[in-house]
Write a protein of this length. Structure first.
Length: 397
């Protein structure tokens, strides 16, 4: 079969030479051949020099995602098996694959498998195939997972909005083995959680916050904690485990709040120590401010406010508003855990927003610790976009 070549414009191969795995449509000069969506193509410089081998996506602004920068590596079932094996071995070396636990097993470009997410929840694997290339090789990837990390069932949750940019429609369903139960029981550190992998957000649980939930335990003994955007209550459960006197959850989703109640019971905590508020976080915080409520610790883990550069300003205002409200609810000496999961929100800008929020709230603050995603979400040195989660532990003076 004749090799399909993507020829770049003059001077547009610098990022690939630095092993960044994306080729944008505007960098392409010509296409030699007629690739179908997901087909393997070679990317070459304007003078014909090999730069990388990847999958083609005609609908996406990211026209090619690179599988390998090695001209001698063919993209095959063996290649994909090797990549899956390397990803699993990393998590095994980090002691993240214990029985009953949960972790991200494959993290897209950072594991050399663009567009593929695989999360493990106890005996089940949950996959997201987010790009044309990942979809093209789905059966080979499933076979590799069967061999390397056997599971009771493999379930697909390919429903993020990003698939539309690839011309793909959402899909949920069993790929292999048993369908996951309505709730899967997992263990994380000293806590246990029930996870809904079929209908929950992302693949059911925010695995990227594992380490940060543990940090909460160091700041909460005997204190009153406000957990905003609580989802199924994980930060609050860790706060209770750390000895918090009381936890208030705010979460707009009734289903998530119901699961937060169940997780409270599961971990043996009295419901009397917990308040469940089903309102909009922005509105509820304003109500608390007007009522004069104050907390020792506030946790802000909002959803992604920015999904494109055109939303950067509006999203920044959202982060400013929510952090301003949070600082205004802290008691003297209080602690704020604040996060952004928007990849387009760089850490320096987020720090400035948090600092401006404290200033406008009339607070003097300190950053005690910068925060990021857990180790099962590694960042390839050539792909800084993988470091999407950033946060700070702040103390008001």
């Amino acid at each position: 079969m004749k090799t399909i070549k993507i020829v770049l414009k003059k001077g547009r191969g610098k990022s690939l030479r630095r092993h960044h795995p994306w080729v944008f449509s505007g960098a392409i000069y010509s296409i030699e051949g007629s690739p179908e969506p997901g087909d393997t193509v070679d990317v070459v410089s304007s003078d014909g020099f090999f730069l990388g081998r990847g999958s083609y996506s005609p609908r996406s602004q990211i026209r090619v995602r690179i599988w390998t920068f090695d001209a001698d590596r063919e993209i095959s079932s063996l290649f994909l098996r090797d990549r899956v094996f390397e990803a699993v071995q990393l998590r095994r070396s980090l002691n993240l694959l214990g029985e009953g636990g949960a972790c991200r097993v494959v993290y897209g470009e950072s594991d050399g498998l663009p567009g593929l997410i695989v999360d493990r929840y106890a005996e089940y694997l949950v996959c997201q195939f987010l790009t044309r290339g990942a979809v093209k090789w789905k059966s080979e990837i499933i076979s590799a997972l069967h061999e390397i990390l056997p599971a009771a069932g493999i379930y697909e949750r390919s429903d993020p909005d990003v698939r539309a940019k690839e011309g793909l429609t959402p899909f949920r369903g069993v790929l292999s083995g048993n369908e996951p139960p309505e709730r899967i029981l997992i263990e994380e550190g000293p806590c246990r959680f029930e996870v809904d992998v079929r209908r929950g957000q992302k693949t059911g649980f925010y695995l990227d916050q594992r380490d940060n939930r543990g940090f909460v335990m160091d700041f909460v003994r005997g204190r009153e904690v406000l957990n905003c955007f609580a989802y199924t209550g994980a930060f609050g459960i860790f706060a209770l485990k750390g000895g918090a006197a009381r936890v208030t959850h705010i979460e707009a989703s009734p289903d998530a709040l119901e699961l937060a109640r169940a997780n409270t019971d599961l971990n043996g905590f009295e419901q009397e120590r917990v308040e469940f508020n089903g309102g909009n976080v922005f509105q509820v915080l304003r109500e608390y401010r007007e009522a004069g409520r104050r907390f020792d610790v506030v946790i802000l883990d909002p959803p992604k406010f920015i999904d494109s550069m055109k939303h950067l300003d509006a999203g920044s205002r959202g982060y400013k508003d929510i952090n301003l409200l949070a600082f205004g609810l802290l008691k003297p000496g209080g602690i704020l855990f604040t996060f952004s999961c928007s990849g387009l929100m760089v850490r320096e800008l987020f720090q400035k927003i948090v600092a401006d929020s404290a200033l406008d709230a009339g607070m003097t603050g300190q950053i005690i610790k910068p925060l990021s995603q857990a180790a099962d979400h590694p960042t390839a040195l050539s792909f800084p976009e993988a470091a999407y989660l950033k946060g700070f532990i702040c103390r008001v003076v």
